[in-house]
Design a protein around this ligand. Sequence first.
Ligand code: SF4
Length: 264
Amino acid sequence: MPKPEDIQKIVREVAALVKQEAKATRGAVTLSPEVAEWLQSVHESPVVYESPAPESGAHAPHQELADELAAIDAEVRQCTQCGLNAGRRNTVFGAGNSRADLVFVGEAPGAEEDRQGAPFVGRAGMLLTDIIVKGMKMRREDVYICNVLKCRPPENRDPSPEEVYYCEPYLLRQLEVIQPKVICALGRIAAQTLLKTTESTGKLRGRWHSYHGIPFRVTYHPAYLLRNPADKKKCWEDIQEIMKVLNGESTPDMGGGLIAQRLI
Ligand code: SF4
Protein backbone atom coordinates (compact mmCIF):
# COMPACT_ATOMS: atom_id res chain seq x y z
CA MET A 1 0.00 0.00 0.00
CA PRO A 2 1.37 3.48 -0.85
CA LYS A 3 1.89 5.78 2.09
CA PRO A 4 -0.75 8.52 2.60
CA GLU A 5 1.85 11.23 1.93
CA ASP A 6 2.68 9.57 -1.42
CA ILE A 7 -0.99 9.54 -2.39
CA GLN A 8 -1.26 13.19 -1.44
CA LYS A 9 1.81 14.02 -3.57
CA ILE A 10 0.29 12.27 -6.59
CA VAL A 11 -3.04 13.99 -6.03
CA ARG A 12 -1.36 17.38 -5.78
CA GLU A 13 0.39 16.77 -9.08
CA VAL A 14 -2.85 15.63 -10.76
CA ALA A 15 -4.67 18.67 -9.38
CA ALA A 16 -1.96 20.97 -10.74
CA LEU A 17 -2.24 19.34 -14.15
CA VAL A 18 -6.02 19.72 -14.13
CA LYS A 19 -5.74 23.39 -13.25
CA GLN A 20 -3.10 23.91 -15.94
CA GLU A 21 -5.31 22.22 -18.52
CA ALA A 22 -8.30 24.33 -17.50
CA LYS A 23 -6.33 27.52 -18.07
CA ALA A 24 -4.81 26.34 -21.31
CA THR A 25 -8.00 25.33 -23.06
CA ARG A 26 -11.57 26.25 -22.39
CA GLY A 27 -11.40 27.56 -18.85
CA ALA A 28 -13.19 24.57 -17.27
CA VAL A 29 -12.50 20.90 -16.74
CA THR A 30 -15.35 18.59 -15.88
CA LEU A 31 -14.65 15.70 -13.57
CA SER A 32 -16.99 12.91 -12.59
CA PRO A 33 -18.52 13.49 -9.14
CA GLU A 34 -16.66 10.41 -7.82
CA VAL A 35 -13.26 11.69 -8.92
CA ALA A 36 -14.00 15.20 -7.71
CA GLU A 37 -15.12 13.85 -4.33
CA TRP A 38 -12.07 11.63 -4.09
CA LEU A 39 -9.70 14.47 -4.94
CA GLN A 40 -11.46 16.64 -2.42
CA SER A 41 -11.28 14.03 0.31
CA VAL A 42 -7.60 13.20 0.04
CA HIS A 43 -6.17 16.66 -0.54
CA GLU A 44 -5.56 18.81 2.48
CA SER A 45 -6.81 21.91 0.71
CA PRO A 46 -9.81 22.18 -1.63
CA VAL A 47 -9.09 21.04 -5.16
CA VAL A 48 -10.30 23.32 -7.90
CA TYR A 49 -12.04 21.04 -10.36
CA GLU A 50 -14.11 23.75 -11.99
CA SER A 51 -11.86 26.62 -12.86
CA PRO A 52 -13.10 29.97 -11.59
CA ALA A 53 -14.04 32.89 -13.77
CA PRO A 54 -10.97 34.13 -15.60
CA GLU A 55 -8.56 35.77 -13.20
CA SER A 56 -6.93 38.88 -14.37
CA GLY A 57 -8.52 37.04 -17.24
CA ALA A 58 -8.11 33.88 -19.24
CA HIS A 59 -8.45 36.49 -21.97
CA ALA A 60 -5.55 38.48 -20.59
CA PRO A 61 -3.17 37.59 -23.44
CA HIS A 62 -5.72 38.82 -25.99
CA GLN A 63 -6.25 42.03 -24.02
CA GLU A 64 -2.50 42.49 -23.60
CA LEU A 65 -1.98 42.23 -27.35
CA ALA A 66 -4.82 44.67 -27.98
CA ASP A 67 -3.22 47.05 -25.47
CA GLU A 68 0.17 46.73 -27.20
CA LEU A 69 -1.44 47.56 -30.54
CA ALA A 70 -3.28 50.49 -28.96
CA ALA A 71 0.05 51.82 -27.65
CA ILE A 72 1.58 51.72 -31.15
CA ASP A 73 -1.58 53.32 -32.53
CA ALA A 74 -1.17 56.16 -30.02
CA GLU A 75 2.38 56.74 -31.32
CA VAL A 76 1.15 56.75 -34.91
CA ARG A 77 -1.45 59.40 -34.09
CA GLN A 78 1.37 61.70 -32.96
CA CYS A 79 3.73 60.78 -35.80
CA THR A 80 5.08 63.51 -38.09
CA GLN A 81 8.13 61.64 -39.38
CA CYS A 82 7.51 61.62 -43.12
CA GLY A 83 5.40 64.76 -43.42
CA LEU A 84 2.15 63.07 -44.52
CA ASN A 85 0.64 64.16 -41.23
CA ALA A 86 0.25 67.60 -42.79
CA GLY A 87 -2.59 66.52 -45.05
CA ARG A 88 -4.28 63.83 -42.98
CA ARG A 89 -7.63 64.04 -41.27
CA ASN A 90 -7.06 60.81 -39.40
CA THR A 91 -4.35 58.23 -39.10
CA VAL A 92 -5.47 54.76 -40.17
CA PHE A 93 -3.67 52.28 -37.99
CA GLY A 94 -5.48 49.01 -38.62
CA ALA A 95 -8.45 46.99 -37.46
CA GLY A 96 -9.27 43.44 -36.50
CA ASN A 97 -8.20 40.60 -34.31
CA SER A 98 -4.97 41.17 -32.40
CA ARG A 99 -4.37 37.40 -32.58
CA ALA A 100 -5.33 37.01 -36.23
CA ASP A 101 -3.78 34.19 -38.25
CA LEU A 102 -4.17 36.30 -41.37
CA VAL A 103 -3.18 39.93 -41.91
CA PHE A 104 -4.20 41.79 -45.08
CA VAL A 105 -1.92 44.69 -45.96
CA GLY A 106 -2.78 47.39 -48.47
CA GLU A 107 -0.64 50.32 -49.55
CA ALA A 108 -2.12 53.40 -47.85
CA PRO A 109 -5.43 54.93 -46.76
CA GLY A 110 -7.64 56.47 -49.43
CA ALA A 111 -10.02 59.40 -49.05
CA GLU A 112 -12.76 57.48 -47.24
CA GLU A 113 -10.31 55.70 -44.95
CA ASP A 114 -8.73 59.07 -44.11
CA ARG A 115 -12.19 60.44 -43.33
CA GLN A 116 -13.24 57.50 -41.13
CA GLY A 117 -9.86 56.58 -39.66
CA ALA A 118 -10.49 52.94 -40.59
CA PRO A 119 -8.88 50.68 -43.21
CA PHE A 120 -10.64 49.35 -46.29
CA VAL A 121 -13.98 51.06 -46.03
CA GLY A 122 -15.93 52.11 -49.10
CA ARG A 123 -16.52 49.95 -52.17
CA ALA A 124 -13.11 48.27 -52.18
CA GLY A 125 -13.53 47.54 -48.49
CA MET A 126 -16.93 45.97 -49.14
CA LEU A 127 -15.38 43.67 -51.73
CA LEU A 128 -12.64 42.70 -49.27
CA THR A 129 -15.37 41.94 -46.72
CA ASP A 130 -17.11 39.73 -49.31
CA ILE A 131 -13.85 37.85 -49.93
CA ILE A 132 -13.45 37.24 -46.19
CA VAL A 133 -17.09 36.47 -45.34
CA LYS A 134 -18.49 34.81 -48.46
CA GLY A 135 -15.27 33.33 -49.78
CA MET A 136 -13.29 32.38 -46.69
CA LYS A 137 -16.32 31.85 -44.43
CA MET A 138 -14.68 33.98 -41.78
CA ARG A 139 -15.70 37.22 -40.12
CA ARG A 140 -13.92 40.47 -40.83
CA GLU A 141 -13.15 40.60 -37.09
CA ASP A 142 -11.27 37.30 -37.38
CA VAL A 143 -8.52 38.79 -39.55
CA TYR A 144 -6.45 41.95 -39.23
CA ILE A 145 -6.46 44.63 -41.91
CA CYS A 146 -3.98 47.47 -42.26
CA ASN A 147 -1.80 49.39 -44.69
CA VAL A 148 1.90 50.01 -45.16
CA LEU A 149 1.39 53.76 -44.68
CA LYS A 150 -0.79 54.98 -41.86
CA CYS A 151 -1.54 58.38 -43.42
CA ARG A 152 -3.08 59.20 -46.78
CA PRO A 153 -0.71 60.44 -49.50
CA PRO A 154 -2.09 63.45 -51.36
CA GLU A 155 -4.31 62.54 -54.34
CA ASN A 156 -3.77 58.87 -53.47
CA ARG A 157 -0.36 58.91 -55.13
CA ASP A 158 1.99 55.97 -54.59
CA PRO A 159 3.94 56.02 -51.33
CA SER A 160 7.46 57.42 -51.70
CA PRO A 161 10.48 55.36 -50.58
CA GLU A 162 11.08 57.87 -47.80
CA GLU A 163 7.50 57.55 -46.51
CA VAL A 164 7.81 53.77 -46.55
CA TYR A 165 11.16 53.98 -44.79
CA TYR A 166 9.64 55.92 -41.89
CA CYS A 167 6.29 54.12 -41.71
CA GLU A 168 7.17 50.46 -42.30
CA PRO A 169 8.53 50.02 -38.75
CA TYR A 170 5.00 50.56 -37.42
CA LEU A 171 3.79 47.69 -39.62
CA LEU A 172 6.64 45.50 -38.42
CA ARG A 173 5.71 46.23 -34.82
CA GLN A 174 2.06 45.41 -35.55
CA LEU A 175 3.10 42.09 -37.05
CA GLU A 176 5.41 41.38 -34.14
CA VAL A 177 2.44 41.72 -31.78
CA ILE A 178 -0.07 39.80 -33.91
CA GLN A 179 2.31 37.09 -35.16
CA PRO A 180 0.08 35.96 -38.03
CA LYS A 181 0.55 32.70 -39.89
CA VAL A 182 0.11 34.44 -43.23
CA ILE A 183 0.33 37.95 -44.66
CA CYS A 184 -1.64 38.75 -47.78
CA ALA A 185 -0.49 41.83 -49.69
CA LEU A 186 -3.34 43.54 -51.50
CA GLY A 187 -2.15 44.97 -54.78
CA ARG A 188 1.05 45.77 -56.60
CA ILE A 189 2.16 48.71 -54.50
CA ALA A 190 1.88 46.91 -51.16
CA ALA A 191 3.59 43.83 -52.60
CA GLN A 192 6.42 45.71 -54.29
CA THR A 193 6.93 48.02 -51.33
CA LEU A 194 7.17 45.23 -48.79
CA LEU A 195 9.15 42.80 -50.93
CA LYS A 196 11.45 45.55 -52.25
CA THR A 197 10.97 44.56 -55.84
CA THR A 198 9.67 45.96 -59.12
CA GLU A 199 8.18 42.67 -60.30
CA SER A 200 4.57 42.84 -61.46
CA THR A 201 1.63 41.47 -59.50
CA GLY A 202 1.30 38.79 -62.16
CA LYS A 203 4.82 37.57 -61.42
CA LEU A 204 4.60 37.95 -57.66
CA ARG A 205 1.33 36.08 -57.16
CA GLY A 206 1.10 32.32 -57.38
CA ARG A 207 4.02 31.59 -55.02
CA TRP A 208 4.99 32.10 -51.42
CA HIS A 209 7.40 34.82 -50.35
CA SER A 210 8.82 35.58 -46.92
CA TYR A 211 8.34 38.85 -45.11
CA HIS A 212 10.48 38.80 -41.97
CA GLY A 213 9.99 35.06 -41.83
CA ILE A 214 6.21 35.21 -42.21
CA PRO A 215 4.68 33.44 -45.25
CA PHE A 216 3.62 36.18 -47.63
CA ARG A 217 1.16 35.93 -50.51
CA VAL A 218 0.28 38.52 -53.11
CA THR A 219 -3.12 39.08 -54.67
CA TYR A 220 -4.97 41.85 -56.44
CA HIS A 221 -6.21 44.96 -54.67
CA PRO A 222 -10.01 44.97 -54.29
CA ALA A 223 -10.16 48.37 -56.04
CA TYR A 224 -8.40 46.78 -59.05
CA LEU A 225 -10.85 43.86 -58.97
CA LEU A 226 -13.77 46.29 -59.09
CA ARG A 227 -12.33 47.63 -62.34
CA ASN A 228 -11.23 44.21 -63.63
CA PRO A 229 -13.80 41.66 -62.39
CA ALA A 230 -12.37 38.97 -64.71
CA ASP A 231 -9.36 38.73 -62.36
CA LYS A 232 -11.54 37.81 -59.36
CA LYS A 233 -10.97 34.18 -60.30
CA LYS A 234 -7.20 34.59 -59.88
CA CYS A 235 -7.73 36.35 -56.57
CA TRP A 236 -9.86 33.43 -55.43
CA GLU A 237 -7.04 31.03 -56.37
CA ASP A 238 -4.69 33.08 -54.16
CA ILE A 239 -7.17 33.07 -51.29
CA GLN A 240 -7.62 29.31 -51.57
CA GLU A 241 -3.86 28.78 -51.21
CA ILE A 242 -3.91 30.97 -48.10
CA MET A 243 -6.84 29.03 -46.67
CA LYS A 244 -5.03 25.73 -47.14
CA VAL A 245 -2.19 27.04 -44.98
CA LEU A 246 -4.55 28.49 -42.37
CA ASN A 247 -6.41 25.18 -42.20
CA GLY A 248 -3.18 23.23 -41.85
CA GLU A 249 -3.74 21.43 -45.16
CA SER A 250 -0.51 22.66 -46.68
CA THR A 251 2.82 24.13 -45.65
CA PRO A 252 3.98 27.24 -47.48
CA ASP A 253 7.09 26.62 -49.55
CA MET A 254 8.91 29.95 -49.47
CA GLY A 255 11.90 28.55 -51.36
CA GLY A 256 10.76 29.88 -54.71
CA GLY A 257 9.82 33.34 -53.53
CA LEU A 258 11.41 36.62 -52.51
CA ILE A 259 12.70 37.21 -49.02
CA ALA A 260 12.18 40.61 -47.45
CA GLN A 261 14.09 41.52 -44.34
CA ARG A 262 14.62 45.13 -43.43
CA LEU A 263 18.27 45.55 -42.46
CA ILE A 264 18.16 49.01 -40.88
S1 SF4 B 1 2.63 58.02 -42.92
FE1 SF4 B 1 3.59 56.93 -41.22
S2 SF4 B 1 5.62 57.85 -40.97
FE2 SF4 B 1 4.37 59.26 -42.20
S3 SF4 B 1 3.48 60.68 -40.70
FE3 SF4 B 1 1.99 59.05 -41.03
S4 SF4 B 1 2.43 57.57 -39.41
FE4 SF4 B 1 4.23 58.91 -39.57
